[in-house]
Design a protein around this ligand. Structure first.
Ligand code: GLY
Length: 253
């Protein structure tokens, strides 16, 4: 059984952190409605949904992915790069302690879960404005005893590594080569986003289904031509908050 830990959209989401986008009038009601559709897609893909309550003081708290990296053996709570997001962690700790031994990244290390891509025993971590060398080193120290490798990766022009690349099959990643060098992912099948859709690399593989924003039809067609099963969801209002489909859940076994 898969569990998807989610958190309801904060009524304050319009005050979220923005790095590459300008404020564009996020509608919290529409964002909440899109989030409900997303949670239904997760349930249809086989997840039991855990829904943490909304917090009016934590605008970005719907983006739970950034708060923890959860493997089969252990959960690593992060220390988000944006100080406004650090108070999101205690609620995640309380929930994740039900499933895994929990450790945490300590200052001065910073790490956002959105920078961490896992394929099997290999992890890649984006060197971003949110994840620093100390955070990446601590993640490696926690995970290498379990047989994982942790490799830092440079990214360009995007918030997180998973803006640039995500897993869409057992050994396949969907990637924007303008944001991350495909050479980093040797041994994997690489599917590139359609050039007309630079923000299209963020997809969420759950079981055999890829949950995917409806805004990227050309890249969706490329995935379907590669026999990948895609379930689209409306995600435009959450995208205005610089959040993608991976950001809104932590899926664990
Ligand atoms: N608004 C998403 C983030 O910056 O963390």
């Amino acid at each position: 059984m898969l569990v998807a830990v989610t958190r309801k959209v904060s009524p304050a989401i319009a005050r979220c952190e923005l790095t590459h986008l300008k404020p564009s009038g996020i509608d919290p009601v529409l964002a909440a409605s899109q989030h409900e559709t997303y949670c239904r897609a997760l349930a249809e893909a086989g997840c039991r949904i855990v829904s943490l309550p909304a917090d009016p003081d934590l605008p970005d708290s719907v983006f739970v992915e950034d708060g923890a990296v959860v493997l089969d053996e252990i959960a690593v709570l992060t220390r988000p790069g944006a100080p406004s997001r650090r108070p999101e962690i205690p609620a995640l700790r309380a929930e994740l302690e039900r499933y895994r031994p929990v450790v945490e990244i300590n200052a001065p290390g910073t790490l956002d879960g959105g920078d961490v891509l896992q394929v099997g025993r290999r992890l890649w971590v984006g060197r971003s404005g949110r994840s620093n060398a100390g955070g990446i080193r601590q993640l490696g120290e926690f995970l290498e005893p379990f047989g994982y490798t942790v490799a830092p990766v440079s990214i360009r022009g995007c918030l997180h590594l998973k803006t640039a690349v995500t897993r869409v099959g057992p050994d396949t990643v969907l990637l924007n080569p303008d944001m991350v060098d495909p050479v980093c992912f040797d041994g994997l099948n690489i599917l590139e986003v359609d050039r007309s859709e630079p923000m299209a690399a963020n997809a969420l593989l759950v079981g055999e289904t890829v949950i995917y924003p409806e805004a990227f039809p050309a890249t969706r067609r490329k995935m379907e031509q590669a026999d990948i099963q895609v379930r689209t969801v409306p995600a435009g209002e959450l995208a205005k908050a610089e959040g993608g489909v991976t950001c809104c859940s932590i899926v664990l076994r």
